[in-house]
Design a protein around this ligand. Structure first.
Ligand SMILES: *[C@@H]1O[C@H](CO)[C@@H](O)[C@H](O)[C@H]1NC(C)=O
Length: 264
Protein backbone atom coordinates (compact mmCIF):
# COMPACT_ATOMS: atom_id res chain seq x y z
CA UNK A 1 0.00 0.00 0.00
CA UNK A 2 1.36 3.40 -0.88
CA UNK A 3 1.16 5.62 2.19
CA UNK A 4 1.49 9.39 2.41
CA UNK A 5 5.01 9.27 3.84
CA UNK A 6 6.48 6.91 1.30
CA UNK A 7 4.74 8.87 -1.44
CA UNK A 8 6.50 12.10 -0.42
CA UNK A 9 9.86 10.40 0.05
CA UNK A 10 9.52 8.91 -3.40
CA UNK A 11 8.68 12.30 -4.84
CA UNK A 12 11.71 13.99 -3.31
CA UNK A 13 13.98 11.16 -4.39
CA UNK A 14 12.72 11.67 -7.93
CA UNK A 15 13.11 15.45 -7.76
CA UNK A 16 16.68 15.10 -6.55
CA UNK A 17 17.55 12.87 -9.49
CA UNK A 18 15.73 14.88 -12.16
CA UNK A 19 16.30 18.24 -13.78
CA UNK A 20 13.57 20.83 -14.13
CA UNK A 21 13.13 21.72 -17.80
CA UNK A 22 10.20 24.15 -17.49
CA UNK A 23 8.50 25.73 -14.50
CA UNK A 24 6.06 28.52 -13.74
CA UNK A 25 3.15 29.85 -11.73
CA UNK A 26 -0.35 30.42 -12.95
CA UNK A 27 -3.72 28.75 -13.21
CA UNK A 28 -5.00 25.22 -13.43
CA UNK A 29 -8.22 24.58 -15.37
CA UNK A 30 -9.96 21.42 -16.63
CA UNK A 31 -11.08 20.28 -20.06
CA UNK A 32 -11.70 16.50 -20.01
CA UNK A 33 -12.37 13.58 -17.70
CA UNK A 34 -12.02 9.93 -18.71
CA UNK A 35 -13.44 8.41 -15.54
CA UNK A 36 -16.19 10.94 -14.87
CA UNK A 37 -17.22 12.61 -18.14
CA UNK A 38 -20.25 14.10 -16.36
CA UNK A 39 -18.59 16.43 -13.89
CA UNK A 40 -19.34 19.81 -12.36
CA UNK A 41 -22.62 20.02 -14.24
CA UNK A 42 -20.91 19.58 -17.61
CA UNK A 43 -20.61 16.89 -20.24
CA UNK A 44 -16.92 16.43 -21.02
CA UNK A 45 -17.40 13.33 -23.19
CA UNK A 46 -16.84 15.22 -26.46
CA UNK A 47 -13.60 16.70 -25.11
CA UNK A 48 -12.50 13.15 -24.30
CA UNK A 49 -12.56 12.33 -28.02
CA UNK A 50 -10.09 15.12 -28.86
CA UNK A 51 -6.70 14.12 -30.26
CA UNK A 52 -3.73 14.97 -28.06
CA UNK A 53 -0.96 17.13 -29.43
CA UNK A 54 1.78 14.70 -28.31
CA UNK A 55 0.41 11.92 -30.53
CA UNK A 56 1.44 13.40 -33.88
CA UNK A 57 1.17 10.40 -36.18
CA UNK A 58 -1.10 7.91 -34.43
CA UNK A 59 -3.48 10.78 -33.56
CA UNK A 60 -4.59 9.15 -30.31
CA UNK A 61 -7.36 10.82 -28.40
CA UNK A 62 -7.80 11.31 -24.66
CA UNK A 63 -10.02 8.23 -24.34
CA UNK A 64 -7.30 6.11 -25.93
CA UNK A 65 -4.59 7.51 -23.65
CA UNK A 66 -7.03 6.59 -20.88
CA UNK A 67 -5.42 8.50 -18.01
CA UNK A 68 -6.76 11.40 -15.99
CA UNK A 69 -3.17 12.37 -15.17
CA UNK A 70 -2.49 13.77 -18.65
CA UNK A 71 -1.86 17.52 -18.53
CA UNK A 72 -1.86 20.16 -21.27
CA UNK A 73 0.71 23.00 -21.26
CA UNK A 74 1.48 26.22 -23.17
CA UNK A 75 0.63 25.28 -26.76
CA UNK A 76 3.23 27.59 -28.35
CA UNK A 77 6.01 26.20 -26.19
CA UNK A 78 5.17 22.50 -26.60
CA UNK A 79 4.64 22.90 -30.35
CA UNK A 80 8.16 24.32 -30.64
CA UNK A 81 9.66 21.06 -29.30
CA UNK A 82 7.28 18.13 -28.79
CA UNK A 83 10.13 15.67 -28.18
CA UNK A 84 11.37 17.74 -25.27
CA UNK A 85 8.10 18.13 -23.37
CA UNK A 86 5.81 15.23 -24.32
CA UNK A 87 5.50 12.44 -21.76
CA UNK A 88 7.52 14.31 -19.13
CA UNK A 89 6.54 14.25 -15.49
CA UNK A 90 5.01 17.43 -14.06
CA UNK A 91 5.10 18.15 -10.34
CA UNK A 92 2.13 20.37 -9.56
CA UNK A 93 1.99 22.38 -6.33
CA UNK A 94 -0.93 24.12 -4.67
CA UNK A 95 -0.02 26.68 -2.00
CA UNK A 96 3.57 25.45 -2.25
CA UNK A 97 2.65 21.84 -1.43
CA UNK A 98 3.69 19.40 -4.14
CA UNK A 99 1.15 16.78 -5.21
CA UNK A 100 2.42 13.20 -5.48
CA UNK A 101 0.12 12.53 -8.45
CA UNK A 102 2.30 11.45 -11.39
CA UNK A 103 1.08 14.01 -13.91
CA UNK A 104 2.60 13.93 -17.39
CA UNK A 105 2.54 16.33 -20.35
CA UNK A 106 0.42 15.09 -23.25
CA UNK A 107 -1.34 17.98 -24.89
CA UNK A 108 -1.20 21.66 -25.79
CA UNK A 109 -3.38 24.32 -24.17
CA UNK A 110 -4.29 27.36 -26.23
CA UNK A 111 -5.21 29.55 -23.24
CA UNK A 112 -1.96 28.63 -21.44
CA UNK A 113 0.12 29.99 -24.33
CA UNK A 114 -1.30 33.50 -24.67
CA UNK A 115 -1.77 36.43 -22.34
CA UNK A 116 0.79 37.73 -19.88
CA UNK A 117 3.18 35.14 -18.47
CA UNK A 118 2.64 36.70 -15.05
CA UNK A 119 -1.15 36.63 -15.15
CA UNK A 120 -3.65 37.91 -14.04
CA UNK A 121 -6.39 35.29 -14.66
CA UNK A 122 -7.98 35.81 -18.06
CA UNK A 123 -10.08 32.98 -19.50
CA UNK A 124 -8.81 33.69 -23.01
CA UNK A 125 -5.13 33.90 -22.09
CA UNK A 126 -3.25 33.18 -18.88
CA UNK A 127 -0.28 30.98 -17.96
CA UNK A 128 -0.90 27.57 -16.46
CA UNK A 129 -1.85 23.98 -17.17
CA UNK A 130 -5.07 22.25 -18.21
CA UNK A 131 -6.15 19.05 -16.39
CA UNK A 132 -8.88 16.44 -16.10
CA UNK A 133 -11.66 17.62 -13.84
CA UNK A 134 -10.98 14.79 -11.36
CA UNK A 135 -7.31 15.71 -11.09
CA UNK A 136 -7.96 19.44 -10.73
CA UNK A 137 -10.63 18.83 -8.15
CA UNK A 138 -8.33 16.53 -6.15
CA UNK A 139 -5.73 19.33 -6.16
CA UNK A 140 -8.23 21.88 -4.88
CA UNK A 141 -11.86 21.32 -3.90
CA UNK A 142 -12.78 24.74 -5.33
CA UNK A 143 -12.09 23.58 -8.89
CA UNK A 144 -15.77 23.21 -9.73
CA UNK A 145 -16.97 26.41 -8.05
CA UNK A 146 -14.17 28.65 -9.34
CA UNK A 147 -13.29 26.99 -12.65
CA UNK A 148 -9.60 27.78 -12.13
CA UNK A 149 -7.19 27.34 -9.23
CA UNK A 150 -3.78 28.78 -8.41
CA UNK A 151 -0.90 26.40 -9.13
CA UNK A 152 2.81 26.28 -9.72
CA UNK A 153 4.55 23.57 -11.72
CA UNK A 154 7.85 21.97 -12.55
CA UNK A 155 8.24 19.84 -15.66
CA UNK A 156 11.03 17.30 -15.05
CA UNK A 157 13.20 15.48 -17.57
CA UNK A 158 11.74 12.18 -16.27
CA UNK A 159 9.58 10.41 -18.88
CA UNK A 160 6.33 8.83 -17.63
CA UNK A 161 4.58 8.21 -20.95
CA UNK A 162 5.84 7.29 -24.41
CA UNK A 163 4.12 9.04 -27.31
CA UNK A 164 5.22 8.87 -30.94
CA UNK A 165 6.61 12.40 -30.55
CA UNK A 166 9.00 11.71 -27.64
CA UNK A 167 9.61 7.99 -28.23
CA UNK A 168 9.28 7.40 -31.98
CA UNK A 169 9.24 3.72 -32.93
CA UNK A 170 8.41 2.59 -29.38
CA UNK A 171 5.05 1.16 -28.35
CA UNK A 172 3.02 3.98 -26.85
CA UNK A 173 1.95 3.85 -23.24
CA UNK A 174 3.05 4.45 -19.66
CA UNK A 175 6.79 3.95 -19.22
CA UNK A 176 6.85 1.97 -15.98
CA UNK A 177 4.72 -1.08 -15.41
CA UNK A 178 4.89 -2.07 -19.06
CA UNK A 179 1.15 -2.14 -19.66
CA UNK A 180 0.45 -0.79 -23.11
CA UNK A 181 -3.09 0.48 -23.30
CA UNK A 182 -2.82 0.10 -27.07
CA UNK A 183 -2.97 -3.69 -26.89
CA UNK A 184 -5.55 -4.07 -24.22
CA UNK A 185 -2.86 -4.95 -21.71
CA UNK A 186 -3.88 -2.57 -19.02
CA UNK A 187 -6.04 0.24 -17.84
CA UNK A 188 -3.75 3.03 -16.67
CA UNK A 189 -6.76 5.23 -15.96
CA UNK A 190 -8.08 2.89 -13.35
CA UNK A 191 -5.74 3.94 -10.57
CA UNK A 192 -4.23 7.23 -9.46
CA UNK A 193 -0.59 6.27 -10.21
CA UNK A 194 -0.21 5.47 -13.91
CA UNK A 195 2.05 2.49 -14.51
CA UNK A 196 1.47 1.17 -10.98
CA UNK A 197 -2.07 -0.13 -11.41
CA UNK A 198 -3.34 -3.67 -11.18
CA UNK A 199 -1.02 -6.09 -12.96
CA UNK A 200 2.05 -3.80 -12.95
CA UNK A 201 5.36 -5.33 -11.80
CA UNK A 202 6.38 -4.54 -8.22
CA UNK A 203 8.81 -5.52 -5.55
CA UNK A 204 6.91 -4.14 -2.54
CA UNK A 205 3.50 -2.65 -1.74
CA UNK A 206 5.05 0.82 -2.10
CA UNK A 207 5.38 0.21 -5.83
CA UNK A 208 1.61 -0.14 -6.17
CA UNK A 209 -1.00 2.61 -6.46
CA UNK A 210 -3.76 3.30 -3.96
CA UNK A 211 -4.80 0.25 -1.95
CA UNK A 212 -3.16 -2.28 -4.29
CA UNK A 213 -0.64 -4.65 -2.73
CA UNK A 214 2.36 -6.39 -4.26
CA UNK A 215 1.58 -10.10 -4.58
CA UNK A 216 3.94 -12.48 -6.46
CA UNK A 217 5.62 -9.51 -8.17
CA UNK A 218 2.37 -7.98 -9.48
CA UNK A 219 0.19 -5.18 -8.11
CA UNK A 220 -3.05 -6.86 -7.04
CA UNK A 221 -6.13 -6.07 -5.06
CA UNK A 222 -5.81 -6.91 -1.37
CA UNK A 223 -7.44 -10.25 -0.54
CA UNK A 224 -8.50 -8.57 2.69
CA UNK A 225 -7.20 -11.32 4.93
CA UNK A 226 -5.88 -10.14 8.29
CA UNK A 227 -3.74 -7.10 8.90
CA UNK A 228 -4.95 -3.54 9.18
CA UNK A 229 -8.18 -2.36 7.67
CA UNK A 230 -7.78 -0.66 4.26
CA UNK A 231 -7.89 3.17 4.35
CA UNK A 232 -11.26 4.80 3.80
CA UNK A 233 -10.98 5.49 0.11
CA UNK A 234 -13.29 5.54 -2.87
CA UNK A 235 -12.76 5.13 -6.59
CA UNK A 236 -12.63 8.90 -7.29
CA UNK A 237 -9.91 10.55 -5.21
CA UNK A 238 -10.98 13.89 -3.75
CA UNK A 239 -14.66 12.95 -4.05
CA UNK A 240 -14.95 10.49 -1.18
CA UNK A 241 -16.97 10.68 2.00
CA UNK A 242 -16.88 14.24 3.38
CA UNK A 243 -15.61 15.97 0.19
CA UNK A 244 -17.28 19.25 -0.85
CA UNK A 245 -19.88 18.94 -3.57
CA UNK A 246 -22.57 20.89 -5.32
CA UNK A 247 -24.43 17.98 -6.95
CA UNK A 248 -24.40 14.20 -6.69
CA UNK A 249 -22.23 14.10 -9.84
CA UNK A 250 -19.40 15.54 -7.73
CA UNK A 251 -19.39 12.49 -5.41
CA UNK A 252 -17.75 9.12 -6.03
CA UNK A 253 -19.53 5.80 -6.36
CA UNK A 254 -22.91 5.65 -4.62
CA UNK A 255 -22.27 8.72 -2.41
CA UNK A 256 -24.81 11.54 -2.57
CA UNK A 257 -24.36 15.28 -2.00
CA UNK A 258 -26.00 16.33 1.26
CA UNK A 259 -25.53 19.85 2.65
CA UNK A 260 -22.49 20.41 0.41
CA UNK A 261 -20.70 17.21 1.53
CA UNK A 262 -20.48 13.78 -0.09
CA UNK A 263 -22.35 11.43 2.23
CA UNK A 264 -23.70 7.89 2.35
C1 LIG B 1 4.10 30.38 -24.03
O1 LIG B 1 5.30 30.04 -24.68
C2 LIG B 1 5.72 31.01 -25.63
C3 LIG B 1 6.91 30.41 -26.37
O2 LIG B 1 7.96 30.14 -25.49
C4 LIG B 1 6.03 32.30 -24.90
O3 LIG B 1 6.43 33.29 -25.81
C5 LIG B 1 4.77 32.77 -24.16
O4 LIG B 1 5.04 33.90 -23.37
C6 LIG B 1 4.24 31.67 -23.25
N1 LIG B 1 2.94 32.09 -22.74
C7 LIG B 1 2.67 32.26 -21.42
C8 LIG B 1 1.30 32.72 -21.08
O5 LIG B 1 3.51 32.06 -20.55
Amino acid sequence: MKGQITASLGLFAKLAASSVIYSGNGYGTYYYDIQHPQSCGQDLSVANTGNVECSQFLALNLNQINSNNLVAMNHSLIASNLAQYCGRQVVVSVNGVASSTPFFIGDGCERCGTGSSTGPWNPSGAPGLDFSFSALSALNGQACNQGHIDISWQVLDTTLFDFDSNAPGQPWGPVSGGSNPGNGGGDPGSCTWAGHCQGASCSSDDDCSDSLVCSSGKCSTDSGSGGSAPPATCTWAGHCLGASCSTEDDCSDSLVCTNGKCSN
